[in-house]
Design a protein around this ligand. Structure first.
Ligand code: CA
Ligand code: CA
Ligand code: CA
Ligand code: CA
Length: 350
């Protein structure tokens, strides 16, 4: 009996090890899990299509905030916080999208979304009115040959867009409004050595963070003018190629950079006020109870610490899911409560 148990145990262990050897190759313990609490409707197009989300905070009615998500074969989808598609803007092959606030257009206070448009190598600009209606305003041409990643930066009342080419070049455009017409002026150019995509600007500190997909993360000043590009993180056991989407979560008076490590189907969290140290990493596992599948292969992500009504009191993390299952469907975005992220940060901090 004893021999039988030992043999059985060895057999079970061998089967378990072989069936998850692929995961084990990348797995570095300990790793924590978060779980999706909701998901968006699948995108309308098949294959690798959903890419990058942005969160529009409705300042008057936070529970009516919205998620903007790119479908790189169609354009822009606008989702409610319970994941329903509320609006579709089929304006071209949009890759990445970002949002900033406060622009006076036609005597009305509106907010602004920008997206990299691969159909015409431009920056597509959208306005969001205070009811959450999104409209396509204009496209700002770039002289890049293959636009890819994009993020926005706001310095007081001035809005900027960073857009990169697959070849590594970055361009920074300053947006200006005159006679209700929005234009973009190229104010800075620089380059990384290979293909970047995910980026995020920290408006408070005036810094830009950029993922070079097969190398690591870089940072530079977000203000126009020459500035040094500094290495932030290199690939390691937690951060695996491709380095993808990134966002900043505010908590405990500090800022935490959350980055998609696509190669490990996980996310790394860096403490920006603590020497940019990597404090932990997590996966988004399936929520069996709610029949929501876990997340893998995340491209874009966005995170906010702003309370978005009773359902999201500590903010929201939105991530693209490369394989939407339960049931199998086109790609979508998964929604994860900021409360879970807070608990992990509490656990990780000394
Ligand atoms: Ca990518
Ligand atoms: Ca999934
Ligand atoms: Ca992407
Ligand atoms: Ca699903």
């Amino acid at each position: 009996m004893r021999f039988y148990c030992k043999t059985l145990f060895a057999l079970v262990l061998a089967v378990a090890l072989s069936s998850c050897s692929r995961e084990l190759a990348h797995y570095v313990a300990p790793q924590d899990n978060l779980y999706p609490a909701a998901e968006t409707q699948p995108v309308d197009t098949a294959g690798d299509a959903a890419d990058d989300p942005a969160i529009w905070v409705n300042k008057a009615k936070p529970q009516h905030s919205l998620i903007l998500g790119t479908d790189k074969k169609l354009g822009l989808n606008v989702y409610t916080l319970d994941g329903r598609i509320q609006q579709q803007l089929p304006v071209g092959r949009l890759n990445n999208v970002d949002i900033r606030y406060g622009l006076q257009l036609h005597g009305q206070q509106v907010d602004l979304a920008a997206a990299s448009n691969r159909s015409n190598n431009s920056i597509s600009l959208f306005v969001i009115d205070n009811s959450g209606q999104v409209s396509h305003l204009t496209d700002i041409a770039t002289d890049l040959t293959e636009v890819y990643g994009l993020c926005m930066y706001q310095d007081q009342q001035t809005h900027y867009v960073f857009i990169n080419d697959k070849d590594g070049r970055y361009q920074q455009y300053q947006l200006s409004l005159s006679n209700n017409t929005l234009t973009g002026r190229l104010v800075r150019q620089f380059a990384l050595n290979s293909q970047p995509e995910g980026c995020v600007a920290d408006d408070v500190a005036g810094r830009l963070y950029m993922g070079e997909e097969n190398t690591g993360i870089w940072t530079t000043s977000a203000k126009p003018g020459d500035s040094e590009i500094v290495e932030f993180a290199v690939l390691d056991a937690w951060l695996n190629a491709d380095v993808e989407g990134m966002g900043i979560y505010h908590y405990l008076g500090q800022e935490f950079l959350v980055v998609s490590s696509q190669g490990t189907n996980s996310y790394v969290v860096y403490a920006l006020q603590d020497n940019n140290s990597a404090i932990g990493h997590f996966r988004i596992a399936s929520n069996e109870q709610a029949q929501l599948d876990g997340v893998s292969g995340t491209d874009g992500l966005e995170v906010t610490s702003v309370a978005l009504g009773a359902a999201w009191p500590d903010g929201l993390l939105v991530v693209q899911d490369g394989h939407n299952q339960l049931p199998d469907a086109a790609q979508n975005f998964k929604l994860v409560s900021g409360s879970g992220l807070r608990k992990l940060i509490d656990k990780w901090l000394p």
